[in-house]
Structures are given as structure tokens and as C-alpha cells.
Ligand binder design. Sequence first.
Ligand code: ADP
Length: 381
Amino acid sequence: MNGSRVLVLNSGSSSVKYQLLDMADGARLSSGLVERIGEGPVADHTAALKQVAEELTDQGLGLDSPELAAIGHRVVHGGTRFTEPALITDEVVEEIEKLVPLAPLHNPANVTGIKVARALRPDLPQVAVFDTAFHSTMPESAARYAIDTGTADRFGVRRYGFHGTSHAYVSRATAKLLGKDVAELNTIVLHLGNGASASAVRGGVCVDTSMGLTPLEGLVMGTRSGDIDPAAIFHLSRVGGMSTDEIDTLLNKRSGLIGLCGDNDMREIGRRMAEGDEAAQLAFDIYIHRLRKYVGAYTAVLGRLDAIAFTAGVGENSAAVREAALRDLPAFGIEVDAVRNAVRGSAARLISAGSSRVAVAVVPTDEELEIASQTFDLVSD
Ligand code: ADP
């Protein structure tokens, strides 16, 4: 292998995001997004990836460049089959296709992206990096639901977790910020974007995470309910007369912040709260209550907590969420410094008080860099 560049592709159902990184120095050479696949001039994923290839060629960074060492693909669901990044072969593509029932919205687009990219550059090593992989180290006590084991195993009903690339990157970046070896650090990572998840990471190894079989479980999110009594679904079906698909849409698209107050953007919710809007305030309070429960639970899971890291759109930008989530927790050794918390910036930074036993940090996530690093590591071996 000669080159040091990695193209990262994130093929979603209606968009393809790409970044070209040079792993020699971590430089981001190009990035872009092809949207509205299937709606207009971009007929399908083949057309979308051709457009990506053309955009790169126009910048003198074409797919045929000898500098390009590999392509790294984000794949949402790796099931129990993929616990590490995988060099893509025909067999790997088949295995990812077999996981479609577990991620019907995501894996098909991921597979299409892989197939088209392989057709464009059949000779180039390509790697699949899975959103679930970082969580595969969870012990069975955290990964299993307390349901009939035979039924669970037959249908793959267990907790897989998502956002793993982000949790992996942020837990390591937190150790780096603190000047510690990740192996000696117990961390809670709070990835708060439109989708949101928490993870408990002991010495760099994930021991629990809040998303489960699907990304629906856990925290209150932009449009997802997070944890809910599963019997609410039977109730909505039997008493409410709703179909399975309607309840699926309700819980994934019309719940969470948007279901509670009509907005899923934390900036807008903050503005409304400042004007005394009660629905926005209640949505915020429910969001925070759930977050605090997970912080408490994961503190107990870890036994000794060294650091809490906030990341993603809300975690990196909302001082109000960070403050409310960790307010009045000195008994847990957690003290946020108001002045540090209010500082805005794009670099990883500490926001805990000098007297805080637990380090609290804002650590911007970089999933593309993590995918590129894992891809490059695999093809450089
Ligand atoms: P995803 O990748 O899950 O789509 P992001 O990590 O980009 O989401 O987060 C998007 C969310 O971040 C927005 O919906 C909004 O709620 C929140 N957000 C972005 N900027 C700010 C800000 N300055 N203050 C508060 N919240 C913000």
C-alpha cells in the first residue's frame, strides 16, 4: 500500500456524506454531502456516489488517485457477527445484508453504498466500520433483556447499542485531554445529538450503553421517546387501535422533544423557555430528568467514576443542558464550573471545578476521523 488517504462514506437512506482524510497528518482534504437521493436529479445511490466521485475529481482528488489507500464505510448494524471493523469481501457484504431485519432503515443504504463503491474501485481495499462494534464488549448482564432466552436468541433480541464510533472516539479523546491512559479511566460519555445515547466505559472498554436492539431505547431524543413501558405499545394497539407501523412512527418520529413541545432543536427550546413557554420547559425537564437517571445508573455500574464527557450537537453546544444534567451532584464528586461551562469553542475542554473529583469535559466528536483511522489501521496491517 502506498497512499495515506482514506475516503469515508456514510450512505444513508436519502443522502451520502463523504470526507477525504489524509492519515499521514489527519488533514481533511475534502468533504461534502449529496442529498435528496431519489427525489430529483440524483436518481439513486449509484448516481449519488458517481456525483461524489466527480466532485472529488474536480478537486484533483479523484478515486483513481494513487494516494487513496482505502475507502471506509459507516455501517449502522453489525449484529453479533461484527465486533470489529471488517475488510469488505463478497461474504462480508452478504453478512451485512443478513442483518437488514435488525436495521431496515439503515443497513440497505449502507450495503448499496458499499456495492457501488466496490464497482467504482474493485481493486481498492474497502472497510466496513460498525456503529454497534464498540458496544460488543458489554457483558451479558447488560446486553441481554430479561425475556425468554430461546425467543431472544431466535430473533436476535438483545442490546447492541449505537453511536459506537463516537463513544469510542470520545472516550479516548477524553483520556487524552486529561493526560491519562484510557486504560486507567472510567468514563460516562453522553452523546447528545438529535439521536442521543449514553455509555459507561471502563478502561476504554464499553460496559453499558443506553440504546438497545434499536436506537429507540434510552435517553429522551429529538424525535424518539427513549425508555418507555413496552406495555404502552399494547395499550396503544388494543385501546388506541393503532397499527404497529403507526406506533413505530409515533415513538421514533413524533416523540421525544418534538412530541412533547413541537420542537426538537434545543436552541429553539431554549428560546421558548426564556419566554416562559411551559411546554418547552416541561420537555426540557423530562429530557434532563432522564439524562440524570443515566448518569446515576452508570456511576453505579462503573463503581468509580473519573470523567463525564459531553459530545454531539447538544452536548457540545448547550451549556444549559450540561448545567442542568449535573446540577447539585457534589455528593457524587461532580461539580461543574459555571464560567468554564459558559465558554464556547470547538476544542475539547474541561468544564469541571478545580474541586470536582470527577472531571467533566466537552469533547467534540469526530466520527469520520475515527472511521478513517480504523480503516487505515486495518489496511496498513
Ligand atoms: P445528529 O448528528 O444526530 O443529526 P447533531 O449531533 O448534529 O445531530 O445535533 C443536532 C442537534 O444539536 C440539533 O437538533 C440541536 O438540538 C442541537 N444543537 C446544535 N447547535 C446547538 C446550539 N448552539 N445550542 C443548543 N443546541 C444545539
